[in-house]
Design a protein around this ligand. Structure first.
Ligand code: CO
Ligand code: ZN
Length: 358
C-alpha cells in the first residue's frame, strides 16, 4: 500500500469496460496494426488485416510472389501518367527458435536488428499466440553488454516435448499499445506506423493525377527484399518510403537534429542512400505550401526500402518521409501523434497535384 498525493483513477482496475477511455479512431487503427503479429517472413496475418482495411479503396489489389501487398490507384490525369510507388514495410524485427534444451528453454537467432540488452525481462509472442519471456544465463542482467547466445526464451515448458513452439518458429516482441495522449508507444511502430500512413492516405486521397502504387512490403528488416522485387515489377517514376527514424531528443543522446513533435522528417541521407535532390525539394515545397511542420533527417546508422527502390532497374528518383521515433528496435517505440497526422497530410497533398523533379 502506498499513498499518493492525488486520487488517481486507474481504468485498468475498473471492472466496467465502458469506463475505459475511448481511443481516437486513428489511434484505434494504430493499436490494431501495431499489436498484430508479423516478424519478417511471417507477414500473412498483418497483410490480411491491411487488405481488409483498404477494401474497395484501390482499383486493384494483388499480392506478388514474395508476399508484398500492392494496391494501385489509377490516376485521373491524361496518359501517359507518372507511376508513383509508396512503400511501407509490414514486417517487424523478432527472433526465431534455433534449439530447445532438455528443460524446455528455447535458444534463438535474431530476425533483423535485435539488440540483446533490450530483450532481458521483455516478452515475445509466437504465431500461435504463445508468449515467452527472455532470460539470461547466470541471471546476469546487470551487464552493459550481453551476447545473444547467453539469452534464452522461457515459454513455461519443462521439456522439449511439452514446449508449445519449436525450432524454426518465429516471434515478435510482445507489448500492448499505450496511449499517452500526445505520445503513443508500441512494440512495432517500425514500420506499422508507415502502413497506417499509407492506409490513411489511400482513404483520404480522392483522386490523383498519377498512378499511385501503395506497396506494403515484406522482409525490410532483413535486407529490403520486398521493396527490391516490387520496385522492379512496378518500375516507378518516383519512389517514396515511409518509415521511422531515430531522434536526438533524449538525455545525452547522439547528435541528431530530429525530435518528436517537430513534424515528419524529410530524409537527406542515411547509411544506405542519398535522397534524390528533386524529391527532397518536392517534399519541402509541399510541406511549406500546406504549412506542415517538417525537419531534415541525416541518419548515421540504418536505411529503408528507398535504398532498394532507388537502385531498381536503371535507377529511380527516391526519397523518404520518416516518422521520428524514440527507442527504436525496442519493445517500446514512441512517436508523437501529431507527427503521424502531419505525415498523412504531407502524402495526401503531394499526391494530389502534378510534380516535376528537375
Ligand atoms: Co526497423
Ligand atoms: Zn523500418
Amino acid at each position: 500500500m502506498t499513498t499518493t498525493k492525488k486520487n488517481v483513477h486507474f481504468p485498468l482496475f475498473d471492472n466496467d469496460p465502458s469506463a475505459a477511455p475511448r481511443l481516437h479512431p486513428l489511434k484505434e487503427l494504430i493499436k490494431k496494426l501495431t499489436e498484430a503479429y508479423g516478424p519478417s517472413g511471417s507477414e500473412q496475418v498483418i497483410r490480411e488485416m491491411i487488405r481488409d482495411e483498404i477494401k474497395g479503396l484501390a482499383d486493384d489489389v494483388r499480392v506478388d510472389a514474395l508476399g508484398n501487398l500492392i494496391a494501385r490507384l489509377k490516376g485521373s490525369g491524361p496518359a501517359p501518367r507518372k507511376k508513383v510507388m509508396l512503400a511501407a514495410h509490414m514486417d517487424e524485427i523478432g527472433v526465431m527458435v534455433t534449439h530447445v534444451d532438455e528443460k524446455g528453454f528455447l535458444r534463438f537467432a535474431n530476425i533483423g536488428g535485435v539488440r540483446p540488452l533490450t530483450l532481458i525481462g521483455h516478452r515475445c509472442r509466437f504465431a500461435n499466440g504463445v508468449i515467452g519471456t527472455f532470460g539470461v544465463e547466470k541471471k546476469d542482467a546487470s551487464r552493459t553488454e550481453v551476447e545473444m547466445s547467453k539469452l534464452f526464451i522461457d515459454v513455461g515448458a519443462t521439456s522439449p516435448t511439452d514446449a508449445p513452439v519449436g525450432v524454426g518458429d518465429a516471434a515478435g516482441f510482445w507489448r500492448d499499445f499505450t496511449d499517452l495522449g500526445k505520445r503513443i508507444i508500441s512494440k512495432a511502430m517500425d514500420d506499422r506506423i508507415g502502413t497506417v500512413v499509407l492506409i490513411e492516405t489511400l482513404k483520404q486521397l480522392k483522386r490523383s493525377p498519377h498512378d499511385v502504387f501503395f506497396v506494403f512490403t515484406v522482409q525490410e528488416e532483413v535486407g529490403l527484399r520486398g521493396a527490391t522485387t516490387s520496385a522492379y515489377g512496378i518500375q516507378p517514376d518516383l519512389a517514396l518510403a515511409i518509415d521511422v527514424t531515430d531522434t536526438g531528443d533524449t538525455p545525452e543522446s547522439n547528435w541528431m537534429a530530429v525530435a518528436l513533435g517537430k513534424g515528419p522528417a524529410i530524409k537527406v541521407k542515411d547509411s544506405g542512400m542519398l535522397a534524390h535532390p528533386g524529391v527532397k525539394r518536392l517534399l519541402v515545397e509541399t510541406a511549406q505550401a500546406e504549412k506542415i511542420p517538417y525537419q531534415f533527417e541525416v541518419l548515421v546508422g540504418g536505411t529503408t526500402d528507398a535504398m532498394a527502390m532507388q537502385t531498381a532497374r536503371e535507377g529511380v528518383p527516391a526519397g523518404v518521409v520518416s516518422v521520428p521515433t524514440r527507442y527504436l528496435h525496442t519493445p517500446s517505440e514512441m512517436v508523437d501523434f501529431e507527427d503521424v497526422q502531419n505525415t498523412i497530410k504531407l502524402f495526401v497533398a503531394l499526391l494530389s497535384k502534378p510534380f516535376k523533379l528537375d
